[in-house]
Structure formats: structure tokens, C-alpha cells
Write a protein that binds this ligand. Structure first.
Ligand code: NAD
Length: 286
């Protein structure tokens, strides 16, 4: 069994990004990411802090907008529109989930697709599905980059994706389909999860349920990607896979922590630089 070490790969990506960011700065473009956080949900605060620190490490300027839980939708929209108009900002990230009184779809669509480094705008989601160049959401992109770095191709493979959210499962399905895999996307209503996981060469799970995937649910030699992040009562961080038993049957498996999580952050930084690159091209044309 080989561990898919996202932590080490993410660190080496960051190292390369430091040079790239430096070159941008020399050419007069300062890659900049705006991060919008509404409320004080501890997990969301932790993710935003991790993203801001990652920007600092590679030299990307981050602008964090921390808003109160009861911010009005109109006020939030205005803040996003202002960030969107600001020519010095390359990417805008809105930390999800947003409070119930805010229409998440409306807010995500307020970010122009050129600055949508999280890949949540329907324009980017549609292009991704169609296999056209687009910002792909950071977590699925991180999964694809991690597999690639271990020379694992999904072409012609059966892939079971457990979890069908717009930010994890669905875009991952698009990326894998475009890479030539045969995909089953499972979710809470799936009748017999084991039927799908047992027949899969690659099992990707992003649900948020510790221990959901057990060794008897996968085939011998499967590749297992654990996207779930769960904090147990004792404070331990675990994924959705029973690592202890599943790692004995898998050929490749991601640890939690240290697998997909760091790759998500690295992919967000890469997307931000891609947005900066697009800005540079636009500046050169005008
Ligand atoms: P979500 O709640 O939006 O979606 C969960 C999905 O899982 C849904 O499609 C639901 O139908 C499905 N589901 C729930 N219970 C199920 C079950 N018993 N069997 C099969 N499917 C089931 O969640 P999300 O935002 O997509 O996040 C999912 C998990 O991924 C969470 O643990 C989250 O913390 C983690 N996550 C990790 C990263 C990362 O960087 N590693 C990034 C984003 C999300």
C-alpha cells in the first residue's frame, strides 16, 4: 500500500508558486485573493485562516472580509460587487456555508466567472462539465493533481464517487469523466453503496461520515481517496474511510489529515495565479 502524500506534494507546489508569484510582482502584477467570511462558524474560520496563511507563504496578497452572521444579503452583494469591480483583485472566494437568510446561489453568481477561483459559478461548472478550460473547484482539482503526481490514470477505470455536492462530488465526476473514467456518483439516496464501491477501481468519498467506507466495501487493490474531514469528540481529525482496515486492502490511499486537504489549498493558490495570468494577458492586449 502506498500513501498518497498530499502534504508533501502541496509543499512542493507552494515552493514553485513562490517563484511564479515573484515573477508576477516583478512584472507589476500583484496576485491578490479576496476571501469573504460570514459569521463565526469555527470550521469556516479555521479554513479561512488556513487559506490566508497559505497566500502569505507564497506571496499572494489576501484581503479577508470578515462579516457578521446577520449581514443583510444586499450588503453582502454590494461588498462582492465592489471586490469584483476592483481591478487589483484576481480571485474572490466566498467561504461556504452562508447563513440561511442569504441566497447562496445569488451570492456565488455575483462573482464574475473570471474571478471565480473556487469554480462555483454556474458558468465555470458548465464549462467544466463540457470539458472546456474553466476554473475547477479546488478540492476535486487537488484530487486529480494528487493522482497525476503518482502517475495514476483513471482512463478506462471504474470510479465510484460517494457524495454528490456541487463543490466536491459533482465537479470531481466531471473531471474524472473528462479524463476517461466510467463514473458512478452515489449519495444519501443510493440504495446499495457497496454494489458501487465493490466494483470500483477507484473509490472517492466526500460525505462527512467517519467510518462510512469499510474494508469489506472495496475490492482488493482499489485506490481510495478520502475527501471527508470529521473532527471526533476527542479532537482527532479523521476522514470518511476506516483507514486502519481499508489501507490493508488498497494499493493507494490518502491519509486524513495530510491527503486531499493540503491539495485543496494548493489548488486554490494555483487557480488564483491562473486568474492573475489572465489579468496579465488582458492588460497586455489593452
Ligand atoms: P455536503 O453535505 O454538501 O454533501 C454531502 C454529500 O454526501 C451529499 O451528496 C449527500 O447526499 C451525501 N451523503 C450523505 N450521507 C451519505 C451516506 N450515508 N451515504 C452516501 N452518501 C451520503 O458536504 P460537502 O461540502 O460536499 O463535504 C463533504 C465532506 O467533504 C465533508 O466531510 C467536508 O468536510 C469534506 N470536505 C473536504 C474538503 C477537503 O479539502 N478535503 C473540502 C470540502 C469538503
Amino acid at each position: 500500500m502506498t500513501l498518497l502524500d498530499g502534504k508533501t506534494l502541496a509543499a512542493s507546489i507552494e515552493k514553485e508558486l513562490i517563484d511564479e508569484v515573484h515573477h508576477f510582482k516583478v512584472s507589476g502584477i500583484i496576485p491578490t485573493l479576496a476571501v469573504v467570511l460570514v459569521g463565526e462558524d469555527p470550521a469556516s474560520c479555521a479554513y479561512v485562516n488556513m487559506k490566508v496563511k497559505a497566500c502569505d507563504r507564497v506571496g499572494i496578497v489576501s484581503i479577508a472580509k470578515r462579516l457578521s452572521e446577520d449581514v443583510a444579503e444586499d450588503e453582502l452583494l454590494k461588498i462582492i460587487q465592489d471586490l469584483d469591480k476592483d481591478e487589483n483583485i484576481d480571485g474572490i472566494l466566498i467561504q461556504l456555508p452562508l447563513p440561511g437568510h442569504i441566497d447562496t446561489k445569488k451570492i456565488l453568481e455575483a462573482v464574475s466567472y473570471q474571478k471565480d477561483v473556487d469554480g462555483f459559478h454556474p458558468f465555470n461548472a458548465g464549462r467544466l462539465l463540457a470539458g472546456i478550460q474553466a476554473f475547477a473547484p479546488a478540492t476535486p482539482l487537488g484530487v486529480m493533481n494528487l493522482l497525476k503526481s503518482y502517475d495514476i490514470s483513471v482512463r478506462g477505470k471504474n470510479v465510484a464517487i460517494i457524495g454528490a455536492s456541487n463543490i466536491v462530488g459533482k465537479p470531481l465526476a466531471s473531471l474524472m469523466l473528462n479524463a476517461g473514467a466510467t463514473i458512478s456518483v452515489c449519495h444519501i439516496l443510493t440504495q446499495d453503496l457497496t454494489f458501487f464501491t465493490k466494483n470500483a477501481d477507484v473509490v472517492c468519498v466526500g460525505v462527512g461520515k467517519p467510518g462510512l467506507i469499510q474494508a469489506d466495501m472495496i475490492k482488493e487493490g482499489a485506490i481510495v481517496i478520502d475527501i471527508g474531514i470529521n473532527r471526533l469528540e476527542n479532537g482527532t481529525l479523521v476522514g470518511d474511510v476506516d483507514f486502519e482496515s481499508v489501507s490493508k486492502k488498497a494499493t493507494f490511499i490518502t491519509p486524513v489529515p495530510g491527503g486531499v486537504g493540503p491539495m485543496t489549498i494548493a489548488s486554490l493558490l494555483q487557480n488564483t495565479l491562473l486568474a492573475a495570468k489572465n489579468r496579465k494577458l488582458k492588460d497586455q492586449k489593452s
